[in-house]
Structure formats: structure tokens, C-alpha cells
Design a protein. Structure first.
Length: 155
């Protein structure tokens, strides 16, 4: 509840700072007043407007920073154990790996299932070695032709 009130005050202060900055005269506005423009001393006096608007902007900016710190305090995750209690990625878990039915993704050889022993009286079957990979040669390599040729990679 208190965090919502601070958030509302924070937004009002942000809008107030925008309005106050837009109302202020730039550095070049004083030059026009020196040559007879006459608009510099209309409402607050010749130097009163700059002091009032700049002080109001400074006060709103200080309150804006205070509400920013208050919002950070209320919305920051609470971690115990001091300064080195935890890291940014402590609460994040890795996504589950997506596999298609019938396919096994193995990171190492220990995850590959062992072959099943043949039934009694059947001849043992030797494991089949995988075929070597064929990698196409770069286009235009060597002979000047623009076709790719597969290369055999030895084991």
C-alpha cells in the first residue's frame, strides 16, 4: 500500500519536473530582455522567476530521487546473508530440454543405454560403427569449378 502511494507521488513529481523545466528561460532569453524585450520582468520580477522556478525544480528533483530510493527499497528482493548472500541468477532455473519422442539427446557416452543381451541360443550381434561424416568442400576450392565435393573425414 505504501509502495503504491510512493509510486503515485513519484509520477506526479516527474510531471512537475517536466513542467518546471519547460517553463524556465534559457540562457539566451536574458539577452533579449537586455535589448528591450520587456517579458523578463512580467510575473515574478526580473530575477524572481529564475530563482523561484530553479528552486522549485531543485526541490522536486530531490524529492524525485528520494521516491526513487523508496521504490527501490520496497521492490528489491530480500536476500539474507549479508552483502555476498546471493547473486542475480540465484532464483533462475534452467529451462527443460525439449526432445521429440523416440530421440535421445546424450551429452556424454554414459547416458547412452547399453545394448540388450540377445536371447539364449541366438548369435551375438556386433555393434555397427557409424559412417564417417561427409563435409562439402568450399565453393570454388582448388580446381576453379563452382560445385561442392564431399570429403571423407577419417576417424
Amino acid at each position: 500500500m505504501l509502495a503504491n502511494a510512493i509510486l503515485i507521488i513519484h509520477c506526479i513529481l516527474a510531471l512537475a519536473i517536466i513542467v518546471l523545466v519547460l517553463l524556465q528561460h534559457g540562457k539566451g532569453a536574458d539577452m533579449g530582455a537586455a535589448f528591450g524585450s520587456g517579458s523578463a520582468g512580467s510575473l515574478f520580477g526580473s530575477s524572481g522567476a529564475a530563482n523561484f522556478l530553479s528552486r522549485s525544480t531543485g526541490i522536486c528533483a530531490a524529492l524525485f530521487f528520494a521516491t526513487s530510493l523508496g521504490l527501490t527499497y520496497f521492490h528489491a528482493p530480500k536476500i539474507g546473508g549479508g552483502v555476498m548472500g546471493g547473486g542475480v541468477m540465484d532464483g533462475v532455473s534452467a529451462p527443460a530440454a525439449k526432445t521429440e519422442p523416440g530421440k535421445i539427446e546424450a551429452k556424454d557416452a554414459s547416458a547412452i543405454p547399453a545394448p540388450v543381451a540377445p536371447a539364449s541360443g541366438a548369435a551375438p550381434v556386433a555393434p555397427v560403427a557409424p559412417a564417417p561424416l561427409a563435409i562439402p568442400a568450399p565453393v570454388g576450392a582448388g580446381d576453379g569449378k563452382l560445385e561442392s565435393k564431399p570429403q571423407q573425414i577419417p576417424k
